[in-house]
Design a protein. Structure first.
Length: 296
């Protein structure tokens, strides 16, 4: 295993991580950006972004590409590795599946993973009717009836996307919608989107793949696809050897993105905060980088 050294390591190349890397590099601080998949994070799952400053409307993948190009053009190395452990012994030792890394400062920008419904067969039916990403999998359900679970911005964004591909889209909301008014109004104008409130899925109906869902009120919906868009939770199991303070599973930071561990910062969706947006993640990243410059 090679050991790579840098003044600072940023883990996760979503908007928070990429913004941090750009600010660090421009401040003359040596930085490595580590990402286990492709740069972009949750942006890659969003087809249309209309609230990121500077763009009236932009595809999430396109915005991710622009950000990663900006990172690469500055000469910042994006290393593909899956981090499994971080320990501290005078410096941080970051262990991935491929390499070990050493740094004085680490910024955690690993975001969240999709929350599961937790029903029987959820795992087994993944990619056989169940999906957590409409932009990725919507095309498989062309002309079919599908349902989405969730009442937030993600659920309605996905509903609007799917309504252009699918015959009918049910949105299953456990209580009431919490999505922004602009999305709710757009959904109202779509004839093939049906919102069902105060319902939850109690069972998946399947043969080889999903053929329907049973709702808690006894109704059965014949759908070929079920998109689960009920938010996410951070996966910070790689921090098990550091006693990082958390709130509800999210990393606790101060307003300079510092955690309780000296030299360790957290930005974006992995951190406990009020608003989870691309622009707030980017802002967190900038703040963490500037804090490191101040703290060094
Ligand atoms: P949210 O946490 O905002 O919403 C989650 C939704 O899922 C809620 O309706 C919640 O219901 C429901 N839910 C949670 N758990 C369950 C469950 N077990 N069963 C059924 N329903 C459940 O998550 P989102 O992913 O929608 O959004 C995350 C953040 O990203 C938000 O800040 C959002 O504004 C932002 N976002 C912005 C977009 C944009 O601006 N273009 C696009 C997408 C997301 P309840 O309300 O009852 O808890």
């Amino acid at each position: 295993m090679v050991k790579l050294m840098s003044k600072c390591i940023v883990i996760g190349a979503g908007p928070g991580g990429m913004s941090a890397a750009i600010y660090l590099k421009r401040a003359g601080i040596d930085v490595i950006l580590i990402e286990k998949m492709v740069p972009g994070g949750e942006m890659l799952k969003t087809n249309k972004i209309e609230n990121y400053l500077g763009f009236d409307s932009i595809d999430g993948g396109e915005l991710a590409l622009r950000m990663s190009s900006q990172v690469k053009d500055l000469g910042i190395e994006i290393i593909r590795d899956d981090i499994t452990d971080i320990s501290y012994d005078n410096t941080f030792i970051v262990t991935g599946l491929k390499n070990k890394y050493q740094a004085d400062y680490v910024i955690i920008a690993t975001g969240r993973v999709p929350r599961k419904l937790g029903l029987d067969m959820e795992e087994a039916l993944l990619n056989r009717g169940i999906s957590y990403c409409a932009t990725c999998d919507g095309a498989f359900y062309k002309g079919k009836e599908v349902a989405i679970v969730g009442g937030g911005d993600s659920a309605l964004t996905e509903a609007l996307y799917l309504s252009d591909i699918c015959l009918k889209v049910y949105v299953l909301v456990r209580k009431d919608l919490k999505a922004s008014d602009i999305l709710q109004n757009r959904v109202k104008n779509k004839d093939n989107i049906v919102i069902l409130k105060n319902v939850s899925v109690s069972q998946f109906i399947s043969s080889d793949s999903l053929t329907g869902v049973l709702l808690n009120d006894g109704r059965k919906l014949d759908v070929n696809g079920l998109f689960i868009a009920i938010g996410g939770t951070p996966d910070i199991s790689f921090l098990k050897n550091l006693n990082v303070d958390t709130i509800n599973g999210y990393i606790k930071t101060d307003d300079k993105m510092r955690t309780n561990i000296k030299g360790l910062y957290a930005v974006g969706d992995v951190r406990y905060k009020d608003f989870y947006q691309i622009i707030t993640a980017a802002s967190d990243g900038a703040i963490a980088a500037l804090s490191i410059r101040e703290d060094d």
